[in-house]
Design a protein around this ligand. Sequence first.
Ligand code: PHE
Length: 452
Amino acid sequence: MKITHEQWASKIGFVLAAAGSAIGLGAIWKFPYVAGTSGGGAFLLLFLLFMVLLGYPLLLAEFSIGRFAGSDAVSAYKKISPSSNSHIIGLIGLVTCFIILSFYSVIGGWIIIYIFHAISGSLSRLTVEQYNVFFQELISNPFATILAQLIFMIITIFVIARGIQDGIEKVSRFMMPALFILFILIVVRSLTLENAWEGVRFIFYPDFSKLTTDAILFALGQAFFSLSVGMSIMVTYSSYVPKSQSLPKSAFSVVLMNVFIAILAGLAIFPGVFTYGLEPSAGPTLIFSVLPTVFEQMFAGTLFMILFFLLFLFAALTSAFSLLEMIVAVIIKGDSSKRNKTAWIVGLSVFALGVPSCLSFGVLSNVLIWDKTIFDIADYVTSNILIPLGGLFIALFVAYRFPKQQLLEEIQLGSGVTETFMNIWFILIKYFTPIAIIIVFLDAIGMLSFLK
Ligand code: PHE
């Protein structure tokens, strides 16, 4: 059987798919509320710095591994360094993707339920407290949430089963521009609210005194979580990139879009929160309880609420695609005839694994591991342990296992970047990235608490 590795049909297709993977809950939900409460503009500045010094170098590292090898993530490490056990990096990525998707789909399901309710009109005229009750009841309802999670997974499976060009690329080329346009519409609406300025000030005004150790560490961790690096997803996506495309430029576009959306998210959320006198530091419930109240009170609010949750769904879906694709690619090893069946088997297994996570907000809420619910433990293990570990190994792999000459040639292909650029990048990935990740990791496992 002849195996031809698939390719993206267009340059922009790859960039949008990679940006789609990156832009998700991290940029839209987590970033705005943390930025707002951790020094506003000062936090933003720091985040930008880490994106450039840490996120970007790692993203480019994954891109060059993937395109150089032109194969799935496990084979890629083997191909580049056959004598080492580096393919374990790919396997860690695979496990990480499996676990993340199992709980990411739970939240995807909630978003679907919100869209249904928003359309049916049953979300109108509730107060924040009532939304809170609604939200708590919704997430503890086993039947509805599992069904919605299944729907979210089935959409994801459908797209992955169709492959790179017909599936991921086609859908991302529609969803990502739609996401930008919807966001801009909402931001325009939100900036024309009465007290919009207070919200803008909340996220932009630099208050360096609020830049705590916690905030700095969060900015560091967020810089690579929100770019989806560390689990070889970007190795997978870049294996479909033709040699004529510039990797440094593509990576730059992905970073830029991610930052842009994070800022838009802040501008969409906070003006309303201040205009209607709501609590800006509501944290996790901000999007599900506070935001609907904001929409309810504005002109044509229901429409904007439906649009907002729709774009939130798009953002979650395009991240889910990348998580499933990474696993499917490793299993089929370029043989497209196995794609359909594999996508279904893996996708449904991920769903089955995710059911306990889903139920941990209801019937299984008493099941605790290390004082955490099943959902929280899945999130904790992946975000705080597996992703940083994967990122660290990838940086070290590029610095010590990838033959330098070939590595630099790969980056040079189709890009024409200067030698100085490559030298700076190499120094960052060799020294700065590993050290920064070790700091984040030590913090995540509680070993830096003496600093606080
Ligand atoms: N980058 C995504 C976000 O910011 C999260 C994610 C991580 C998605 C890993 C895919 C893989 O929400």
